[in-house]
Design a protein around this ligand. Structure first.
Ligand code: EPZ
Length: 416
């Protein structure tokens, strides 16, 4: 099992390119199932989750070709609408094949994703929406088994804002009979990127990015070419790393679009942020100020940046209150940060972080993707060496992490 060995104490400096967004690429790869013509995607990040999704689609009969950051998918030969447990258990986003399969072939057998480290993460809203569109859904032996002659447009309301729930139902509605309205829809930029791709394939969608999305079903979707949007969470992660180490960086292939809430907090912490058309610069202050935050659906502060900001607050001046409102168990990085010398008190979904002057390197263990990122950030500023174990979590969502950090002057190396 790989580990990352970090020698802390050096400010990050220099320039690094941000990759395409994992959470836009995953649903957009599944959109290929909706058509019998090729879908060409560019700026696709090289991540383990992307590899898993491509493997899943290939075993369904989709022809997959990858050339650098360009992926071409052809679902003409789709003949096996099954997402097996072996693949789904390693990547919950596999549930995103459900909507497109129901729209294209009227049948899907998808393993229940099961929980993960950060929470139970049920998919009841995905199922409720498909049933409202006429699907018959059985959940047995750990599988979702759904069938329908043809989906029909419906008025859907999700009990809570769900990103992949909105994405699944939006894809299902593209080929349904009539109009579908999704109320309480997720407004995340990745939902908009998916909608843009679907529209380029001939779908009729309006309202993406708002909490009411209207989809008018069409007979079929044609092929298209689409560029994946930049990864706003990778962007925020490197901005936090530069802030915590007192550095000065320039991130290219990205922008402050879609991360206003994160930029706002970084400025409150004392950072100077420069915004260019296709890049962001950050200059850290000598000492960060503690910033409190509360996670919530877009455009509020993203839950996927909560762990990284906890690492920032651990060495900031003052006390910060962090409230996690999306997932029930997303503070596992806290106990690992405490091993590095952090002062954190957890009370339910609230963490009280009192800044300390310095952290000491130690061996710590990653538990989930963004928790791993927060441990890396803390290791970059801790005195001495920090060894982060179980970094397979990181490889799911951060492309060439040690290479990019190395380009910014960090001392990070992968050890087995
Ligand atoms: C997406 O997960 C992201 N993953 C997550 O990113 C992100 O943290 C999350 O949205 C919130 O922004 C992808 O896009 C692939 P939800 P998703 O459905 O869609 C509850 C990362 O680090 N819920 O918006 O699975 C759920 O339990 C990952 O890149 C139901 O109860 O999240 C949670 O408490 C982690 N029933 C809340 O809603 C449902 O049917 C929001 O979940 C669906 C969701």
């Amino acid at each position: 099992m790989d580990k990352l060995l970090i020698t802390g104490g050096r400010p990050l400096a220099g320039e690094v390119a941000i990759s395409g967004a994992k959470n836009a690429a995953l649903p957009i790869l599944c959109a290929a199932l909706l058509s019998d013509e090729p879908l060409v995607l560019t700026n696709v990040p090289r991540l383990n989750d992307i590899g898993t999704m491509l493997k899943l689609l290939a075993q369904m009969g989709v022809k997959v070709e990858r050339d650098g950051d360009t992926v071409t998918l052809d679902a003409k030969g789709l003949d096996n609408p099954l997402a097996p447990y072996e693949l789904v258990k390693t990547m919950r986003a596999a549930v995103l094949v459900l909507g497109p399969l129901m729209a294209r072939v009227g049948h899907a057998k998808v393993s229940l994703p099961g929980g993960c480290a950060i929470g139970a993460r049920p998919v009841d809203q995905h199922i409720k929406g498909l049933q409202a569109m006429g699907a018959e859904v059985q959940v047995e032996h750990g599988y979702i088994d759904a069938k329908v002659g043809k989906l029909r447009g419906a008025r859907l309301f999700t009990d809570m804002v769900t990103v992949t729930g909105t994405e699944n139902l939006m894809m299902a509605a593209c080929l349904a009979d009539g109009e579908t309205v999704i109320e309480n829809a997720a407004r995340e930029p990745e939902v908009v990127d998916l909608a843009n791709c679907l529209v380029s394939m001939g779908a009729q969608i309006s309202g993406a990015g708002t909490d009411v999305i209207r989809i008018r079903g069409v007979a079929k979707l044609h092929g298209a070419t689409h560029r994946i949007m930049p990864d706003r969470i990778e962007t925020g992660t490197y901005l936090c790393a530069a802030a915590v180490t007192g550095g000065q960086v320039r991130l290219t292939g990205t922008s402050t679009n879609y991360i206003d809430s994160v930029v706002d907090k970084l400025m409150d912490a004392g950072c100077e942020i420069g915004s260019e058309r296709d890049a962001i610069t950050l200059k850290a202050p000598a000492r960060l100020k503690a910033v409190s935050l509360r996670t919530a659906p877009y455009p509020a502060f993203p839950t996927d940046m909560q762990a990284q900001f906890m690492a920032l607050n651990v060495v900031a001046d003052g006390t910060a209150i962090i409230r996690e409102t999306i997932f029930e168990n997303r503070f596992m990085h806290a106990v690992e940060l405490i091993r590095l010398g952090a002062n954190i008190r957890i009370d339910g979904n609230t963490a009280v972080v009192t800044g300390v002057d310095k952290l000491q390197g130690a061996t710590v263990m990653a538990t989930d993707l963004r928790a791993s990122a927060s441990l890396i950030i803390a290791g970059l500023v801790a005195e001495g060496e920090t060894l982060v174990d179980r970094i397979y979590h990181l490889d799911r969502g951060y492309e060439r992490l040690e290479e990019k950090l190395g380009a910014l002057g960090a001392t990070v190396k992968r050890v087995s």
